[in-house]
Design a protein around this ligand. Sequence first.
Ligand code: ATP
Length: 235
Amino acid sequence: MLEIRCLHIDYSGVIAVENASLDAAAGQITTIVGANGAGKSSTLKAISGLVRPAQGEIRFKGEYLNGKSPEQIVDMGICHVPEGRGLYPYMSVLDNLLVGAHRRKDKAGIRDDLDKVFDYFPVLKEHRHRIARNFSGGQQQMIAIGRGIMSRPDFYLFDEPSIGLAPLITRGVLDTISRIAREENCGVLLVEQNAKLALDVASFAYVMDLGAITLSGRSADLAANEEVRRAYLGL
Ligand code: ATP
C-alpha cells in the first residue's frame, strides 16, 4: 500500500534519513522503532508532505506522493497523527474532531464517522462539549486519533502515541490502533520509542538508527533477535 524507496532527508546539511526503504501493507500495523533522533519522525513527515525529501520515491497505492502538498496527501487518504497530538486546547472535543473532517462535504458520512469515534472512545461522547485542554494525556491522544478517523483515511501515520502516557493507558491506545487497522482494513505506520509495545502490536517492523534502516522483519522475529533485545528491549 505504501512504498518508500531510497529516502534521503537533509535539513540544510543535517542528514536525518539516509537511503531508507520500507513498505507498509493494508490491514496491519508496520512499526519503525529506534532511539531519539534516528529519523523516524522525519520519515513520517516526508510521507505526509510536511518535509520535502532530498531524494527518494514515496508511493501510495501506486501513486507518487513526491511533490504533493500535505492537503493533497490528506485527500489521497493518508492521515498523520503527530507527536504531541497538535490539538486546539481551547476548542471543544467536538470541534477538534471536526477539524479532521474540514475537507469533507459528505454530511451523512461525517455523522457516521463521528458515531464511530464515539464508539471507539465513549468518554469523548460524554464530554464532547468540554475543551480539549481539560482532558488527561490519554484522553487527548484519543481526541487526536478521533480527529484522524474523521478524515476517513486509508492509511494512518502515528508518531509516538505513547509519549507521556502511563503504561496501562498506552496499552489501551495501541490496542485501539490495532482495532482500527483490523476493522477498517487500514494501513498503519507506527513510530514508537517503546519498542516492546510496538513489536507486540505490529506485524512487521523496521529498526532505524542514525537515519538508516538497520534491520527489518516480522515483529515476532525482531523481538527474538539478540541485537534488538539488547539495544531496544533492555533484555
Ligand atoms: P524523536 O523520537 O526524538 O522525534 P526521531 O527518530 O523521530 O527522534 P527525527 O525527529 O526525525 O528523529 O530527527 C532526525 C535528525 O534530524 C535528528 O538529528 C534531528 O536533530 C534532526 N532534525 C529533525 N528535525 C529537524 C529540523 N527541522 N531542522 C534541523 N534538524 C532536524
